[in-house]
Design a protein around this ligand. Structure first.
Ligand code: KG4
Ligand code: ZN
Length: 352
């Protein structure tokens, strides 16, 4: 079963080809991240326009890579070897999702292939199926990205329960906002992680937000606590605009604030993951989404979990087409419902 997957929910245009949900045959990605950097976050209109420019070359590039992997396949007849198309139809930015979905619908109609509609957040979990060893059900998934913070228990493919999620900001979004307060470049997660290496995580005690439910999260409180701590550190009160902070904070203060925030944010998700592990006793634990690229999160979870945990390569943690194609393979192999290529609509607020 060979599936071509298309991802365009945010600022990455990703197209990949995966065989049997286990082998990555092509993986092409274009990103408009550089253009968003000057704004300190993703600008939806820029992202959508960039997808329009990037989508066809990215599809072509994936098909070229696929052809190279199979020298006896001719480029003209490459579509004969593709069994279906999978595409992210939510959650995400409307303008961005539209480009991927319209491309996938067009290809499904013109190439006469089955079409599978993919939930972006569910797909993040399937990036882990591309790496050894194969995750065994039940799987406890910690999904941590720029848009989501969720704990999900997968009993089997397509059969899962949402244990909890964030009430406000996603953890990645909080990393991005803290980076902005410190004047560090977007995306914030990697810059905060780099700065945190030379900082003292105990220098600025930050609160872990209390929320209802065992597995829910909140990251807007800790983010505001960082703002107040930074204002106090430069001897100002809450009237000082956050834009004035980067030039007034010393380098040492920035390192310490980055380390303190990272420690608090990661410990928040790790504590709840350990609690869910004890309650549900899963066979496998996976972490998925952009924040799963955090080496600090990987190392700390590995230390604290009683079972071994394997991680997807970091380029498969952030948005990509491979995770979409992998989930598409399982949908096709297990006979899941196909989408109608004439009517499939985007669902920007799709939930798990
Ligand atoms: O999954 P993703 O690529 O896009 C969404 O679906 O949101 O995740 C992007 C998020 C950004 O907020 C980014 O700051 C965060 O992942 N991120 C990290 C790290 N690398 C990326 N957060 C913490 N530590 C990292 N090393
Ligand atoms: Zn994502």
């Amino acid at each position: 079963m060979i599936i071509l997957g298309i991802e365009s929910s945010c600022d990455e245009t990703g197209v990949a080809i995966v065989k049997d949900g286990a082998t990555l045959l092509a993986n092409s990605i274009a990103s408009s991240m550089e253009m968003h950097k000057i704004y300190g976050g993703v600008v939806p209109e820029i992202a959508a326009r960039s997808h329009i420019e990037a989508i066809i070359p990215t599809v072509e590039n994936a098909l070229d890579q696929f052809t190279k992997n199979y020298p006896n396949f001719s480029r003209e007849q490459i579509w004969d070897h593709i069994d279906g198309i999978a595409v992210t139809y939510g959650a995400g930015l409307s303008g961005s999702l539209l480009i991927g979905v319209l491309t996938a619908r067009t290809l499904a109609i013109t190439k006469n292939k089955p079409l599978y509609a993919i939930n972006h957040v569910e797909a993040h979990v399937y990036a882990n199926f591309l790496t050894e060893p194969l995750p065994q059900f039940p799987i406890l998934a910690l999904i941590v990205s720029g848009g989501h913070t969720q704990l999900v228990l997968f009993k089997n493919h397509f059969n899962y329960i949402l244990l909890g999620q964030t009430h406000d900001d996603a953890i990645g979004e909080a990393f991005d906002k803290v980076a902005k307060i410190l004047g560090l470049p977007y995306p914030g997660g990697p810059s905060v992680e780099t700065y945190a290496k030379d900082g003292n995580p105990l220098a600025y005690p930050l609160p872990i937000a209390k929320v209802d439910g065992d597995y829910n999260f909140s990251f807007s409180g800790p983010k505001t606590a960082v703002l107040r701590a930074a204002q106090a550190a430069v001897g100002a009160d809450y009237h000082l605009p956050s834009t004035a902070l980067p030039e007034r904070l010393t380098k040492a203060q920035k390192h310490d604030i980055a380390a303190s925030f990272q420690q608090t944010a990661l410990q928040t998700v790790i504590t709840k993951t350990l609690k869910a592990y004890k309650q549900y006793n899963p066979k496998t634990v996976v972490i998925a989404g952009g924040v799963a690229a955090s080496q600090k999160l990987r190392d700390t979870l590995k230390d604290q979990l009683p079972i071994d945990i394997t991680y997807a390569p970091k380029n498969l943690c952030t948005d990509n087409g491979a995770m979409v194609a992998t989930l598409g393979c399982y949908k096709a192999m297990l006979g899941a419902k196909q989408a109608d290529p004439y009517t499939l609509a985007i669902q920007p607020n799709l939930s798990m």
